[in-house]
Unconditional design. Sequence first.
Length: 123
Amino acid sequence: MLINLSNHPSNKWGNKQQNAASEKYGIISDLPFPDIDPSWSKEKIQRLCNEYFTKIAQMLDLCANEPKLNAVHIQGEFTFVFNLVTLLKSAEIECIASTSERKVKEIDRKKIVEFDFVQFREY
């Protein structure tokens, strides 16, 4: 199972990214990224990380018999991601991020940015 913890639901990923995730991890399950107030303290972030760690551990336990690998695709607010990835990796849970090629087109003085998925990269 791949748990997608990001602001980008997997049903909106391109075919290349969905196929890469499905081939390696089987099921893709979305876990919405939390809204994180920039005024929160380090301690509040850590408590939220502990809550999400528990949610993720429970989700992965439900698919313990899944024949594919398990991982968490995590991208978002930097301090939350860093702290949660640290917790997950200490429990030997693979954490990955998407890499993409950024393509910028300028049309009528407006920039249009497209991101083309390249690969998943482990933290």
